[in-house]
Design a protein around this ligand. Sequence first.
Ligand code: ZN
Length: 203
Amino acid sequence: MMNVEKIYKDSNALLEGHFKLSSGNHSKFYLQSAKVLEDPKTAKLLAEALAKQIKESGIKVDAVCSPALGGIISGFALATALDVRFIFAERVETVMTIRRGFEVAKGENYVICEDIITTGGSALEAAKQVEAQGGNVVAYAALANRGFCSREGSSLESTTSCKLPLNKPLFALDDFTFEMYSPEDCPLCKDGSEAYKPGSRGN
Ligand code: ZN
């Protein structure tokens, strides 16, 4: 059994502070997956463990698609471990789009891969693009699950925040169930500190 939390801690990828998440909510913790994935050996190890789960499920996969930018490294590593093609979707203005000459063949089976699934919003948008071009989305995958969506092998129930369809499996290596706060109810804000978006101060 892989200790994903330890891997994130050892890579200094589990940040503690007062963070503003892309959802607008605040949190005391932030997962900086890029720091884990900067070591290709670790990326390979994680992706192989994730690929093993998917292979054991018996689901047939033809390709992996990730939403840019966050999902690209984990998606590429997963595709390598599954020995299938890899494509990515990216936002043009605000609309998730598949560009760069990537083609989705009709009837091809796709896994949508993120580094971390929080609510799954970007993953779902990428999935819709794959489906719009005739592909089948057969599963979702992530290195870790923030605890809002149910996943294979975990007893967590999906919350109303989860945007992923309940009829498709989500594969992930671990759950990180940190609390999130709306800015109005954030105890860290009440203590007087200011939330910041990781990446905006050189980290
Ligand atoms: Zn706050």
